[in-house]
Ligand binder design. Structure first.
Ligand SMILES: Nc1ncnc2c1ncn2[C@@H]1O[C@H](COP(=O)(O)OP(=O)(O)OP(=O)(O)O)[C@@H](O)[C@H]1O
Length: 309
């Protein structure tokens, strides 16, 4: 194998038009390689095509063109093996209300052809903190517990790759932390994790590598650190000791006054030195009570790459 958990080439999806609308090109020829063992983030604004891509990986949406290899298995040539290599935790809470968590896992294991002797239902329920609910009906579980059950279901066949589609949308902090703990643990055991999230801080914290999709096209793919490095802007925030009458100015500096009275000077570190920024403040007659700098975050990168031109 090439060292990639997923290899996608020229992936296209065109949905037939609905209610008189023309066909919709949701994916316009995506190439994507996801390294084995990574925690990989798939980011993009609403409607970018993330769910379409994930649903193709999960075998729920049929692609229009392109190649998808999952753990080295071409989806078209070895559909069974490629499906067995991946587990997907979907966005919607689609659970049978009359199944208990233990029964839901047993049914899922049956669907994947996991022999009885190799089933690990209780071990998985324990991992997601649902062992004490093993015999409760799904309809009596809270939203958070249902989500944990969906994660458990994605794990029954011990896949190499786990896909999480917006796993923390609308969940409370406690559940979010638990999900991330599970993800870290599974990743440390060697599982490749792919996740979509709207929370950029979360992607920044969790992902080794990120692809940004916009309007059906991949607009960036890089390590999280390199993506952050692409935006070399820093902001120096100066809290003045007294009222500021003249704002500082200088080449390559963008100056704003914040609501709390602080003066924020954004500059590109490649072009402007911190010394020059401080000198501009000094020249404007500002006496500095306090100063700090803010780094660019993923939000800045994301906005820069997905801005509608
Ligand atoms: N079954 C469908 N029929 C027609 N168009 C669809 C269908 N599913 C998705 N689309 C369209 O394809 C585009 C991509 O949708 P997709 O759900 O993949 O985006 P997304 O990035 O997952 O967005 P979100 O974050 O809102 O889930 C959108 O314009 C959407 O309206």
């Amino acid at each position: 194998m090439s060292g990639n958990a997923i290899e996608i080439e020229g992936l296209r999806k065109t949905y037939a038009g609905q209610k008189g609308a023309g066909p919709k090109e949701a994916l316009k020829g995506i190439d994507l390689a996801i390294p084995q063992g990574s925690v990989f983030g798939l980011l993009g604004p609403n409607g970018a095509g993330k769910s379409t891509l994930i649903n193709i990986l999960a075998g729920l949406v049929v692609k229009t063109a392109g190649t998808v290899r999952i753990w080295g298995f071409d989806q078209d040539v070895n559909p069974r093996q490629s499906r067995a290599a991946i587990g997907v935790m979907p966005q919607e809470l689609n659970l049978d209300p009359f199944f208990t968590p233990r029964a839901a896992l047993e049914v899922q294991a049956g669907l994947y052809g996991v022999p009885k002797s190799q089933r690990r239902s209780d071990e998985i329920l324990e991992l997601v903190g649902l062992l004490d609910k093993a015999e409760s009906y799904a309809r009596t579980l809270s939203g958070g517990m249902r989500r944990r059950l969906l994660l458990a279901k994605a794990l029954v066949h011990n896949p190499h790759i786990l896909v999480l589609d917006e796993p923390t949308a609308g969940v409370d902090i406690e559940l979010r932390q638990m999900l991330w703990e599970n993800v870290r643990k599974l990743n440390q055991q060697g599982m490749t994790i792919i996740l979509t999230t709207h929370y950029l801080e979360e992607a920044e914290e969790m992902c080794d590598e990120i692809a940004i999709i916009n309007n059906g096209e991949k607009v960036a793919q890089d390590s999280t650190a390199n993506l952050l490095g692409r935006i070399d802007a820093k902001t120096m925030v100066i809290h003045p000791a007294s009222e500021v009458t003249t704002l500082p100015e200088g080449p390559g500096m963008e100056v704003t006054r914040r609501a709390d009275g602080a003066i924020a000077i954004t500059y590109r570190t490649a072009e402007v030195s911190a010394d020059a920024v401080l000198a501009a403040a000094h020249d404007a007659g500002i006496s500095i009570r306090d100063v700090k700098t803010e780094e660019a975050d993923l939000q800045d990168v994301f906005l820069a790459l997905t801005r509608a031109d």
